[in-house]
Write a protein that binds this ligand. Sequence first.
Ligand code: ZN
Length: 189
Amino acid sequence: MICVNLKFSQIFSIKVFFFMEMLEEKLKIDKISKGTVIDHIDAGYALTILNLTGIDESKNLMTIGVNVSSKKYKTKDIIKIENVFLNETQMQQISILSPNATISLIENYKVIEKKKVELPKTIKKLILCVNETCISNSEKEPIDTEFLVLEEKPLKIQCIYCERIYNLEAIVFTSKEKKEKKIKQRLQL
Ligand code: ZN
């Protein structure tokens, strides 16, 4: 009998634990009726993603979770934004910063599509080559930058023109909307 009682109490406590965990998750990030959820962002990169993609200039409701506990990656960041759907460029920018990120499209509070971002084999125009002698920085005839992805995680890319190799920390992004603004890849929080 004692044995049975113990089992029952164990099951009960496990159930309470899961319920509390679900409740906690729910409180942390509210559901949105329509829009995009960017989940599994590497912890600490949410604000950079907002800045780089230009989502930070949106007037729509946004929920940002930084250092949210995650079963898969210990901690992660998450962005929920109403009435906004990402374009190809924004998806690529996210894939450079957080190759594990997932994008969910929401309609009527339901996920209608979920996909993982994909880092392309070559990254065009999105990153600057800081080598001043690189042909991509030629004042007379500047050409679009192009980088070969050598390794995904940790990221290692190589300029196809001058062959300089960059890791994530050394990358300087360019952005159509914010041309003058060189965006640092990670904010120091
Ligand atoms: Zn170069």
